[in-house]
Write a protein of this length. Sequence first.
Length: 168
Amino acid sequence: MSEKIRTPRKAPPREPEEHGLTLDLDRYVPAFITFIANKLSNSATAFYQLNFGVNVTEWRIMSLLAIEPGIPASRICSVIGFDKGPVSRTLALMKDRGLIAIRNDPQDGRSHSISLTAKGRATHDKVIVAALERERRLLACLDKNEQEMLIALLRRIHDNLDAVTGAS
C-alpha cells in the first residue's frame, strides 16, 4: 500500500481555527509533485555524484545538450525551468571539468553555443543507462497503459503551467 504523506509535528495536533484552511497533503497535487521531485532529485544527485561524478543539475544539462547540441544557456533555462544564475554557475563548473565547450554563437554575438565535449558525451552515455534504469524501477508499480496515461497527464499539466505561473 502507498504511504500517506505526513509532515512531522513537534506539538500535538490541534483543532483548526474556526475558519482557518489547511491543506490535505494526501490530495494536494502541487505538494505531491514537489515532494516527488525533491526526493527524486536528491536521490539522483547522491547516486550520480557517487557513481559518475556529476550532480542532477549537471545531468539535466548534459541530457539536454545530447538532444539539442549547440543551444544557448537561455534555452537550457527555458527547458529545465532554472534561473540564469544557477545554470551559468553550473555551466562554468562543467566547462572547467571538460564536460562542455562554450563558443560564441556565429549568428548572434551576444549568445553562446554550448555543446558536450567527448568527455561530456562519454559521461552522458554512462549516466543515461542508470537514469533509464531508475525510471524503470520508479514506474514498475504501473502497468504499460498506466505509464502512458501518467505521461500524458503530466504533459497536460506541464502544458497548463501558464495558468499558475503567469507566463504568456
